[in-house]
Design a protein around this ligand. Structure first.
Ligand SMILES: [Zn+2]
Length: 217
């Protein structure tokens, strides 16, 4: 075994709401935590800091990486940032193209209590954790700053709401675009090995091969 010995993925589901364009829906969100027994990266911060920290356990949180800034993925990022690592904090990472969505939840330039994320994500960036790397893949469409995170060691990609079991994510609301989403998926995800496991933002896992066969390359 190589440097990635002890690499693991932990998972939980939280329940809460998603709001956009004046409507609110009940949703269940997947929480994914990638790392080893000593350190981890948290992927998305949905409805409950307590539920996320229960998955983290005693491990060091190296970063809170957001797949995009819909409120059901980013709402708890600031309080999680504050609570992580025994209160010494952890950086929130987000692709800057999602700033308009982030500001809907966490305030903009005119809001006194506004807060920002800490580090910008960029296409091709590599995030090291637990002896592996998560490669950032910018996949605009569901949201302009949506990203997926690929780990060759895990044979897995974390897709947020870009790709689900059963097809691409929703594009019916503001800041979404279906042709852009399909182009992102075809250009950036369907090139991954067919047996790559897709860990989604909502619902069941799938594989790249199954979704490529269903949507067509
Ligand atoms: Zn979303």
């Amino acid at each position: 075994m190589g440097a990635a010995t002890g690499l693991r993925v932990d998972h939980a589901v939280t329940s809460g709401t998603f709001s956009l364009d004046g409507e609110t829906f009940d949703v269940d969100n997947n929480i994914w935590v990638v790392g080893d027994d000593t350190e981890c990266v948290v992927i998305d911060a949905p409805h409950s800091v307590e539920d996320i920290l229960a998955v983290v356990g005693e491990r060091t949180v190296k970063a809170i990486v957001l797949t995009h800034a819909h409120d059901d993925h980013c709402r708890m990022a600031p309080p999680l940032r504050a609570a992580a690592n025994g209160g010494s904090g952890a950086p929130i990472m987000l692709h800057p193209d999602d700033r308009p969505l982030w500001e809907l939840t966490h305030g903009g330039p005119d809001d006194e209590d506004a807060t920002l994320w800490d580090l910008d994500l960029a296409d091709g960036q590599e995030i090291s954790v637990g002896g592996t790397t998560l490669t950032v893949i910018h996949t605009p469409g569901h949201a302009p700053g949506a990203v997926c995170l690929y780990s060759a060691d895990l044979g897995a990609v974390f897709t947020g709401d870009t790709l689900f079991h059963g097809g691409p994510g929703a594009t019916g609301r503001s800041f979404s675009d279906r042709p852009t989403l399909e182009a992102s998926i075809r250009a950036s995800l369907f090139d991954l090995p067919a047996d790559t496991v897709v860990h989604t933002g909502h619902g069941d896992d799938t594989t790249i091969g199954a979704e490529a066969d269903a949507l067509g390359r």
